[in-house]
Design a protein around this ligand. Structure first.
Ligand SMILES: Cc1cc2nc3c(=O)[nH]c(=O)nc-3n(C[C@H](O)[C@H](O)[C@H](O)COP(=O)(O)OP(=O)(O)OC[C@H]3O[C@@H](n4cnc5c(N)ncnc54)[C@H](O)[C@@H]3O)c2cc1C
Ligand SMILES: C[S@@+](CC[C@H](N)C(=O)[O-])C[C@H]1O[C@@H](n2cnc3c(N)ncnc32)[C@H](O)[C@@H]1O
Length: 658
């Protein structure tokens, strides 16, 4: 099954304009793409007036059909900076079935010198895009771009976003009839806020009638340049919503003071704090140790391990979206070198025939070569710089990261303060504030919103005590590099992993121990790690092993935090007792559709359970929490956001009986 759209097939006119050979149409007006965009989409969504009138701290959301070269997006962003309050935030969500390759994108955007400052920022993050949802944080977080890569008739139904204005683009209806469908207009209406506007370059009657049937008031106005007419309109009121499970609906967005407490300064806590701080929240991070990232996130080298399934499970789609976002964040925030991180590539070696079949199925799904590709044994060895014995999948953009460096970089944001040596034992809500209390019941800090990012110790808080989080011990072994091992150029992983040397030390991981929860390193786990190395590369094992006494090897043990379905828990917290009584009917008949609104703990959220892949999953999890808190578009498809929602466990417990 090919899940992926391929790249746009373009030809270029003599004057350098892109033309879609697939659709047989131009991307924008030959006269002046810039002026056309401004006339059709900006002017006829009345963006100048609306943006100039926005109150401080507001957010505004544009939905677009067909991202193409990103011209509309860049024009909107440029105008936004001129007109909107300095602390307002723009969300631009665009669907794209055939994304431009990075090379074509550079070429297309070179056409607009006037947009260069904005184009450069986009291009710095734009790579050949894999399918799925791609989140970009731009302008230091003031502008968020979410690209839904795929056919919009598949992606829009999974979108959860309050759209204020629609850019109904896409090639001409005659050239692209599959897109201009009633199903599209219905999705647009479903996603619109009251009084959302729409503008489109076309004046075709079917389009006007389709939008009207979906509830939009439409009118014809003068088109751009030689085009006589175009359409614009407004949705007076959104259509009646169909039933959605109340336990996955959005809690009320907290109003008033924008202050947040984050309990825990691992990757989850720092990512959450950063996402909120970028949105103007004042964040206090509470950490029981003397420094940030002292537990699971304290390893010296973690790897960016993007484990995907060819079946596009929610887990796989979550990992893929998270991985791509994590790479963008790393490139944006943390310079390579200095032991911070290295995009040296990750080789996922196959462990057996079944695994190889899985890898080949993935490699056949049309992912960009720069995202992943299959390699045989010779290619793998050449990439690795040492001999390996299995074929595998290569992820050229991945690598290793020093998690404490990433945490420190995230905590640098001026809106974040870190309180160390502070053990929060309880969370209490008083006077519309969450108070973190210490062992003497004294308030450590308080804020209007609190996010529990305490890994398995999240269960210590009464409000999250019923969630099935579990700690699993693991150990990493440090190996001094040798003349031979210094040739290792990429991360190797199979059942274990080893990274190229950082400050002349390799890190080899990791054990899984279910029988102990202390963090004292053990010689036994050093031995089991060395056995994993044998399977990664016997040649490397020989080069590294003879000198090693497992008793003497430096090592670090810590606790991962996992959940029963291996997905993290990211989202708002509900009162579990109230949940049980409000939805007791589901215990008898799971097909019932209760109406009772969920009783949330107002302003309380959790971000935990990142298992063995927190490096990959934490950065986007922070964005997801911030989106839940702020009532913003969710950065993931709705079904994936539900798959990581903490309420899934309350629901399962209720349905299956405790
Ligand atoms: C051996 C090992 C190897 C790993 N290798 C990789 C890898 O290669 N790649 C990868 O992506 N992931 C890897 N992981 C997983 C990754 O480290 C975790 O998923 C990630 O660190 C989880 O981050 P976290 O913030 O949820 O938890 P943590 O980093 O554990 O952070 C929780 C923080 O909360 C603090 N805290 C808890 N309770 C309180 C309280 N009541 N008051 C104040 N502070 C509190 C803790 O002190 C801690 O700092 C590995 C994990 C282990 C153990
Ligand atoms: C005219 S171009 C858009 C121009 C773009 N807005 C810009 O600023 O450059 C139309 C885009 O719609 C995309 N498209 C066409 N059909 C689509 C569909 N069904 N789902 C998602 N995107 C689609 C095309 O691949 C193309 O990139």
């Amino acid at each position: 099954m090919k899940t992926s759209p391929s790249f746009a097939e373009l030809s270029w006119s003599d004057d350098g304009q892109p033309f879609s050979t697939h659709f047989g149409d131009v991307y924008f007006s030959r006269e002046s793409g810039l002026d056309e965009t401004r006339h059709v989409f900006l002017q006829h969504n009345e963006l100048d007036q609306r943006w100039a009138a926005l109150p401080p701290g507001a957010s505004f959301c544009i939905g677009e059909t067909g991202f193409g070269t990103g011209l509309n997006f860049l024009c909107a962003w440029q105008r936004w900076e001129q007109l909107a309050p300095a602390d307002a935030r723009l969300h631009f969500i665009s669907s794209e079935k055939y994304p431009l390759s990075s090379q074509d994108m550079h070429r297309a955007l070179a056409l607009w010198p006037e947009l260069q400052p904005w184009a450069e920022q986009l291009l710095a993050q734009y790579s050949d895009l894999a399918p799925g949802w791609q989140q970009f944080s731009l302008a230091a977080g003031r502008v968020t771009l979410t690209l839904l890569v795929g056919d919009l008739l598949d992606t829009l139904p999974q979108l959860d976003a309050p759209i204020d204005a629609w850019f109904l683009d896409g090639f001409a209806p005659a050239k692209n009839p599959d897109m201009w469908q009633p199903a599209l207009y219905q999705q647009m209406a479903r996603l619109s806020r009251a009084s959302a506007t729409v503008a489109t370059f076309t004046s075709v009657g079917d389009v006007r009638r389709g939008l009207q049937a979906a509830g939009f008031d439409m009118r014809k106005v003068k088109g751009y340049g030689r085009k006589r007419e175009m359409l614009c309109g407004r949705l007076p009121s959104p259509p009646q919503a169909t039933w959605t499970p109340p336990w996955y609906q959005r809690p009320d967005t907290p109003s008033g003071e924008r202050s947040a407490l984050v309990v825990g300064s691992g990757l989850a806590g720092c990512s959450t704090a950063f996402a909120l701080a970028r949105r103007g929240w004042q964040v206090t991070v509470i950490e029981r140790h003397a420094t940030a990232a002292a537990e699971a996130s304290g390893n010296t080298q973690g790897i960016l391990y993007c484990k995907l399934s060819p079946h596009q499970t929610p887990l796989s789609r979550f990992v893929q979206a998270s991985y791509a976002y994590c790479l963008r964040l790393l490139h944006d925030l943390l310079p390579q070198g200095d032991g911070n991180w290295a995009a040296c590539g990750v080789l996922q070696l196959s462990t057996d025939d079944k695994e190889r079949q899985r890898q080949l199925a993935l490699a056949d799904q049309g992912y960009p070569h720069s995202f992943l590709h299959s390699v045989d044994v010779e290619q793998a060895s050449a990439l690795a710089g040492v001999a390996v014995q299995q074929p595998g999948l290569f992820f050229p953009g991945a690598g290793w990261v020093n998690p404490p460096s990433l945490c420190r970089a995230l905590l640098q944001h001026p809106n974040i303060r870190l309180l160390t040596n502070s053990d929060a034992l309880q969370l209490q809500q008083r006077d519309q504030h969450w108070h973190a209390l210490d062992a003497r019941d004294q308030t450590i800090a308080s804020a209007s919103v609190a996010v529990i990012c305490s890994a398995a110790d999240s269960q210590r808080f009464e409000q999250s005590s019923q969630l099935p989080l579990k700690a699993i011990r693991g150990q990493i072994t440090e190996l001094p590099a040798t003349a031979h091992s210094r040739h290792l150029r990429t991360v190797l992983c199979a059942e274990g992993y080893i990274s190229p040397a950082r400050h002349d030390r390799h890190h080899l991981g990791a054990s899984f121990r279910f029988d102990r929860l202390d963090t004292e390193p053990s010689a036994e786990e050093n031995l089991s790690n060395l056995a994993l190395l044998d399977k990664l590369s016997p040649a490397l094992a020989v080069a590294l092993q003879p000198q090693q006494d497992p008793q003497a090897l430096a090592a670090r043990a810590a606790l991962r935090c996992t959940s029963p379905d291996y997905l993290p828990l990211i989202g708002p917290l509900a009162d579990a007792q109230a949940f049980d009584s409000d939805y007791a009917v589901l215990g008898k008949d799971a097909s019932k559709q209760p109406q009772t609104p969920t009783r949330w703990y107002p302003g309380l959220y959790i971000n935990a359970g990142h298992g063995s892949r927190g490096l990959v999953s934490c950065p986007l999890s922070g964005e997801l929490i911030a989106a839940w808190i702020g009532g913003e578009p969710l950065p993931l498809p709705r079904d994936v956001a539900c798959a990581v929602h903490p309420n899934r466990f309350l629901l399962r417990q209720l349905i299956r009986g405790r």
